[in-house]
Design a protein around this ligand. Sequence first.
Ligand SMILES: [Zn+2]
Ligand SMILES: [Zn+2]
Length: 88
Amino acid sequence: MQECGHIVPRQFDVVGYREDGYLAECILAEGHKGPHLVRTPEGQFFSWEFDEKCNCEDCLDHEDSNNRCCLYWEVSAEDVEDLLKNQE
Ligand SMILES: [Zn+2]
Ligand SMILES: [Zn+2]
């Protein structure tokens, strides 16, 4: 299975600063529906999606699509199981 692999923009906000080069890549299947999902080395899970309603300068500047605001929230391991099952 090919993973989505989309990295959280400004992952610092979500998973903190990482000295080990960890990238918060999405672990769902490529082309999945709904929010992206990342797993931290500590075993925490976060869902995130772009904040489509944000009108700040960064979000309106589409040239740098990785510098946009996003919404994120922690998800429990049980919810992650459901997400992984229902991703088609
Ligand atoms: Zn994804
Ligand atoms: Zn914004």
